[in-house]
Design a binder for this molecule. Sequence first.
Ligand code: ADP
Ligand code: ADP
Length: 232
Amino acid sequence: SPIVYLDDVGKSYGNVHALRGVTLAVRQGEITCVLGDNGAGKSTLIKIIAGLHEHTDGVLSVNGEERRFSSPRESLDSGIATVYQDLALAPLMSVWRNFFLGNEITKAFGTMDATRMKRIANEELTKMGISIPNLEQPVGMLSGGQRQCIAIARAIYFGAKVLILDEPTAALGVKQSGVVLKYIVKARDAGLGVVFITHNPHHAYLVGNHFVVLKLGRVSLDTHRADISLEQ
Ligand code: ADP
Ligand code: ADP
């Protein structure tokens, strides 16, 4: 059964209907790619799942329970990690502090000394094949691709069930996009349900198995890879 399920969800900003009648299932171990032109409702969809906006119609369920998130914290506490394109991490903070930042168990780690936190961050990033020579440097010094990878690695390590990625490759070149796509696959292999928002159909097709196209706030296509036939 889906970990996140939107049933006939709508969202209006005043009299702007950003989403209408959106039904969508996010399953663990799948990469759900959400495509659509500017203004199609992609950000609005993310904001509802991530706790930045409440939907105005329909039902959002997480793990089969009806939910209505009124803060990002509530979404995170439900196991939903969201990585935004520009705000993936806190730019002025060191790499290792960022690794622990914002997680449910940060409090427990708060009593842990810095040396130990640094060691864990280093071990985890190395384990996931991310090599950052100096974990003391501010995250803002790293490339956009490295920041996305750290944010994804962090979500996997902290046991997120769902990972939402807002245009993670939009600002990246071919090589860095490839690295980030590899981490998206790692998150799926770790059993997360991934929601990959992208403008890039090629990136979607490289990693996705579930494709949802939004058009003017409605779902205009919802299909699985197995259902796509390239013949005829
Ligand atoms: P996308 O992310 O696909 O570009 P959005 O979710 O940002 O689409 O926008 C969907 C529609 O809702 C657009 O018509 C947009 O102008 C409108 N919209 C988005 N956010 C707001 C807002 N905070 N207030 C008013 N209208 C908004
Ligand atoms: P929020 O999304 O929490 O409202 P934003 O910074 O996105 O915060 O938007 C602030 C205000 O700017 C919104 O309340 C809306 O009036 C306007 N706005 C933002 N994005 C859009 C958009 N895509 N289309 C129309 N108006 C927007």
